[in-house]
Design a protein. Structure first.
Length: 333
């Protein structure tokens, strides 16, 4: 299945590694939700700000890929809605108020039917980027749900957008769900990923649109390898390892097959490919993954590793990422 999109001018991503705690959106968000990092104005890199979260025992997250990929806690529920040929929209549900956010509801009727089945009211839309197969349902859902808020990147020209967001902006859903906007450019210049936690900061999730796929990444339609490296390896790669990854398309089997051409001896890729094939044969989704699983199986994130750079004949992570993307673009598996 070909990845879709259009071309435009590139956008330069900010370097989060050189920001202070006060300006760092992920660290600041975790601070406000968890009240854990009493850092004041101390300058610390993002990896230090969230290191204690990364050290949490991830044995539950490195599971052997359960069949059911919807997720529920006492505070938050996430539900898949299959759309078009291979797209996913999502419902994020605040369990205490039964209010929901719809992520990329390209087929509004399907998403509203799912909301009705779950007994929830959709209050807002989170749009990852402007491509029609993600933002194409925004105008329709505004007609069907009066006064609904539609969020989208401030520089991404999202159709139907009522509320523009920038890197680090916060959104509340119901009583217990907190949402952080992360600028993850390259596929489009204003692409936004949405990092979501419950009130207690438990069970984080990130909705990555077409920036990060399971075992893959989006094409560089409006940006550069440097930007994609920043988005994947710095912005998203700095999230806690147990963070669940919900992407925009069901590309997992093909992505893992390609990943094996890059790392043919990677047993974790082989295991996940076998599992993903069984999921699809059973008509089940392969989403969600986790940040930890992606670090183990995604060649675009693993481009940060010196051994992978050497394998693809490159000297830096950015060069390796560019090389792997070019190979994927030309791959006919």
């Amino acid at each position: 299945m070909q990845e879709r999109g259009t071309h435009s001018s590139p956008w330069r991503a900010p370097d989060f590694r050189e920001e202070t705690h006060a300006r760092n959106p992920i660290a600041g968000f975790l601070y406000s939700v968890l009240h854990t990092f009493q850092l004041g104005s101390t300058q610390l890199p993002l990896c230090i700000c969230i290191s204690s979260l990364r050290s949490v025992d991830c044995s539950i997250r490195s599971r052997r890929f359960p069949k059911e990929r919807d997720h529920q806690t006492t505070e938050m529920k996430i539900h898949h809605v299959a759309c078009l040929e291979d797209n996913y929209a999502y419902l994020i549900i605040d369990e205490s108020t039964k209010e929901a956010a719809a992520v990329d509801p390209v087929e509004p009727e399907k998403v509203l039917k799912a909301a009705q089945e779950h007994g929830v009211d959709i209050k807002l839309v989170l749009t990852t980027h402007h491509h029609w197969d993600h933002a194409g349902g925004n105008e329709k859902i505004k007609q069907l749900v009066p006064r609904i808020k539609v969020y989208g990147g401030s520089i991404d020209n999202v159709k139907g957008c009522t509320d523009k967001v920038d890197n680090g902006d916060k959104i509340s859903l119901g009583a217990d769900v907190h949402i952080l906007s992360l600028h993850t450019p390259c596929h489009t210049k204003g692409h936004i990923s949405y990092y979501v936690t419950s009130k207690e900061g438990d069970d984080p999730a990130v909705f990555t649109g077409d920036t990060l796929f399971i075992a893959g990444c989006g094409k560089f339609f409006e940006g550069t390898a440097e930007q994609m490296h920043q988005s994947l390896c710095v912005t998203l790669g700095s999230l806690p390892k147990p963070t669940r990854v919900y992407c925009g398309h069901e590309y997992t089997v093909k992505n893992l097959q390609f990943a094996l051409t890059v790392e043919p001896d990677n047993e974790k890729i082989k295991q996940k490919l076998s599992w993903a094939q069984k999921q699809r044969e059973a008509g089940l989704p392969t989403v969600a993954s986790t940040i930890e699983e992606e670090m183990e199986t995604n060649p675009f994130i693993r481009a940060d590793l010196p051994e992978l750079q050497e394998r693809v004949g490159c000297k830096t992570a950015v060069e390796a990422l560019r090389e792997i993307r070019q190979r994927k673009d030309n791959w006919r598996g």
